[in-house]
Design a protein around this ligand. Structure first.
Ligand code: ADP
Ligand code: MG
Length: 720
């Protein structure tokens, strides 16, 4: 009997309830209780020191040594009072997870707990084990982490965590945060200039981000009984349950108790960390859920998303559950993504994507709106590259998630407005005439009374007062796509400003100049706008006609980072240089290879050591039965047929696995990392994964359920 599987199923039956109680009925009583935020700094620091920190945070300035010492000491005292003994620089290396290296506050020499400003500001983690794409050769494997004061210090578990960037001593970024911060500066500068065409009071523009995070939850014992889930985060085999997604509303309308307790628990922990989760639990597939915090300034939102995933992982342990962030843990069911809601907000409190009732402000709205659309048009390949990963390849273009083709959805009415400007942008406006009226710009506010115009199949959609990038994978660090988005919009805004400036110098009226340039942009970037069904075959054809890129796999998508124009763009805005881009490209390719390699190994291992022995045992049972029937001259036709079927798929599985192993030996010898990644994509994954899976999934249906070693989909997905 399949011991592990049944043992796990037994455990699931007898899970005791985990009681969850909020510290208080009022969230405000414990919100941010584990964060050393501005309020706590104000209380702990001298007026002067506090003013300096606050200013440094707001303006992104450096913090002097004396202030750093004061902050460090105050943070330490606060933490020690909460029973914390260690601190760490918390950073986001390119492995995709977060990293920590713990140090004790205790100073044995002085016999007291200490945290010096210098230790707050900079640390040298043992960085040789983090991917660096050849930037740091092994003999000088040195990098350092540096405090990012714009993201607050917090307590996770028993450790005080200091958010930091991770950089090589030679200056190159080795993490996700450093380029994100630089892209924020780029878009800030570009957007402020454009804003000042409309409002002189704007001196700062910050991108905002709200991440809707999708995930699956399954019982821990069932998870642990599946080596593929443990090793690769997804099931490489497994037959679809009979009651799949089709029955959604009826079956999955209510949240199972165990999951509900889990959600409540991680939400409490998240709230204590100052992550503004607003409870929302949509389910799409069985055992799939979603959590969405309120939007925040993009750097903090990014840290919070990483932190939230970490908290969800930790709290799941207590509930004997396992949370899956893989983009496609279960074939045939909806995958998991992360919708990135993005907007630009000024220091005067204006959301630049919020249409207003004033026609003049709407020209500003239209400016940012049209420039963003143009940015996607110009850099679709780069945006696609920024969301590329082995896991996300299963989602994109798989007829259930946004396609790998980037396009922008804006809704019927805004389309109407852009069409109007495209047609009439050049109309002569005589003195005293209302240009806004003439162009229909005054009508914009009415649009948003009817904001039900949603297209769920679009990878980049305007949703009333923000754009929503939906193609990001559930497991991704959102800093990668958000860096690209900030950068490409900064680029178009800069270009826009320069063009307006030129026209103004010629003495043209500002409004007219702006409208005419927008008209040009609308025309140029029209091909990227698509209102139809993004999952359809027709769109694939149509997009090809329009010349839009459609790169289905990660190794090829990543080329976009090394295109000449991309390097120029990154360097122009000082977000990354060529060396950094090359290093990143290499790391992403290596990540990709590693993921496919692991999956191929798991497949081979499961086939040889789990599936084949089970099938052979079952075959022998059938053989014995067939022989016995024959001896008694009874009809054994069906048994022989089953035997034939079983044998057919067993042979296919074994043959294909052996061929794949041979192929891997060849592919592993390819020296060039890009070529090797492509070979893994085409020659390993492409040629073998589906074939092997198909054989195994047939076997799962044929072999005695009692003997099948792996927990089945129906067992994993229907949690009580
Ligand atoms: P849905 O897209 O499912 O309708 P919501 O409208 O509730 O979801 O918003 C989803 C996310 O968008 C939330 O995290 C929300 O905070 C965020 N959001 C709302 N307004 C903005 C904004 N101006 N900028 C960035 N994110 C925003
Ligand atoms: Mg959404």
């Amino acid at each position: 009997m399949a011991y592990l599987r049944f043992k796990a199923l037994e455990m699931v039956q007898t899970r005791p309830e985990v009681r969850v109680e909020a510290p208080s009925n009022k969230i405000s009583d414990f919100f941010g209780e584990n964060v050393f935020d501005l309020e706590k700094m104000r209380a702990a620091l001298s007026n002067n020191a506090f003013k300096r920190v606050k200013q440094a945070i707001e303006r992104g300035e450096k913090i002097d040594e004396e202030t750093a010492d004061a902050v460090a000491s105050a943070a330490k005292t606060w933490a020690v009072n909460k029973g914390i003994t260690h601190y760490t620089h918390w950073f986001q290396p390119l492995t995709g997870a977060t990293a920590e290296k713990h140090d004790s506050f205790f100073d044995a020499l002085d016999g007291i707990e200490k945290l010096k400003g210098s230790a707050l500001v900079q640390q040298e983690p043992d960085a040789s084990s983090f991917p660096n794409g050849g930037i740091r050769s092994t003999f000088e494997a040195r990098g350092y982490t540096a405090w990012d004061p714009s993201s607050p210090i917090f307590i996770l578990g028993r450790t005080l965590c200091i958010p930091t960037v991770f950089v090589a001593y030679t200056g190159e970024a080795l993490d996700y945060k450093a380029p994100l911060l630089k892209s924020m500066e780029a878009i800030n500068k570009a957007a402020v200039k454009v804003c000042q065409l409309f409002d002189r009071n704007v001196t700062r523009v910050n991108p905002s981000l709200g991440c809707e995070q999708e995930y699956f939850v399954i019982d821990r014992a069932l998870h642990d009984a599946r080596p593929d889930l443990v090793m690769s985060g997804r099931t490489v085999f497994g037959h679809n349950p009979a009651r799949g997604q089709q029955l959604d509303d009826h079956y999955f309308g209510s949240i199972p108790n165990r999951v509900y307790d889990y959600m409540k628990d991680f939400e409490i922990e998240a709230l204590k960390l100052g992550i503004p989760v607003s409870t929302r639990h949509n389910e799409v597939a069985p055992s799939q859920f979603e959590v969405a915090p309120l939007f925040e300034e993009i750097n903090v939102a990014t840290d919070h998303n990483q932190l939230l995933m970490e908290v969800m992982n930790r709290v799941a342990v207590k509930h004997k559950l396992k949370v899956l962030f893989h983009e496609k843990p279960f074939a045939g069911l909806n995958g998991s993504g992360k919708h990135n809601n993005w907007s630009l907000i000024t220091n005067t409190g204006v959301n630049l994507f919020q249409p207003s009732s004033s026609a003049r402000e709407n020209l500003q709205f239209l400016t940012f709106f049209v420039c963003t659309i143009k940015a996607i048009y110009k850099n679709a390949a780069l945006l696609r590259a920024s969301i590329a990963s082995a896991g996300n390849d299963h989602r994109l273009g798989a007829n259930e998630a946004p396609p790998a083709i980037m396009s922008v959805f804006i809704g019927e009415q805004l389309t109407g407005i852009l069409d109007e400007i495209e047609k009439n942008g050049n109309v002569k406006v005589r003195k005293g005439e209302n240009m806004y009226l003439k162009l229909g710009i005054d009508k914009i506010p009415e649009i948003f009374l009817d904001n039900t115009d949603r297209n769920r199949t679009s990878p980049f959609a305007f949703t009333g007062n923000k754009f929503e990038l939906r193609a990001v994978g559930a497991d991704a660090n959102v800093a990668a796509p958000m860096t690209v988005l900030n950068l490409i919009v900064a680029d178009v805004l800069t270009e826009f400003y320069q063009e307006v400036d030129k026209e103004l110098a010629k003495g043209k009226d500002k409004k007219i100049a702006i409208v005419q340039i927008l008209q040009k942009y609308i025309k140029e970037s029209k091909a990227i706008r698509f209102e139809g069904d993004g999952y359809s075959e027709e769109w694939v054809k149509e997009a090809k006609k329009r010349g839009l890129p459609n790169v289905k796999d990660t190794p090829r998508a990543l080329d976009a980072f090394l295109a000449k124009d991309a390097i120029k763009l990154y360097e122009k805005f000082n977000v990354m240089n060529k060396v950094e881009l090359e290093a990143r490209n290499e790391i992403m390719l290596e990540n990709y290879i590693m993921k496919i390699q692991i999956e191929a190994r798991v497949m081979g291992d499961l086939a040889h050591n789990h599936i084949a022995p089970t099938v052979i045992k079952y075959q022998n049972k059938l053989l014995e039965n067939a022989r016995g029937l024959k001896e008694l001259r009874l009809d054994n036709k069906h048994i022989k047929q089953t035997l034939q079927e079983v044998n057919k798929y067993l042979q296919i599985m074994m043959t294909e696995v052996d061929k794949m192993v041979e192929e891997r030996k060849r592919v592993n010898k390819i020296a060039d990392v890009r070529k090797r990644a492509i070979a893994y994509c085409d020659d390993i994954k492409g040629k073998y994964f589906d074939k092997i899976r198909d054989a195994v999934d047939h076997l799962e249906l044929l072999v005695d359920d009692e003997d099948w070693p792996l927990p089945k989909y129906r067992e994993m997905l229907f949690i009580k």
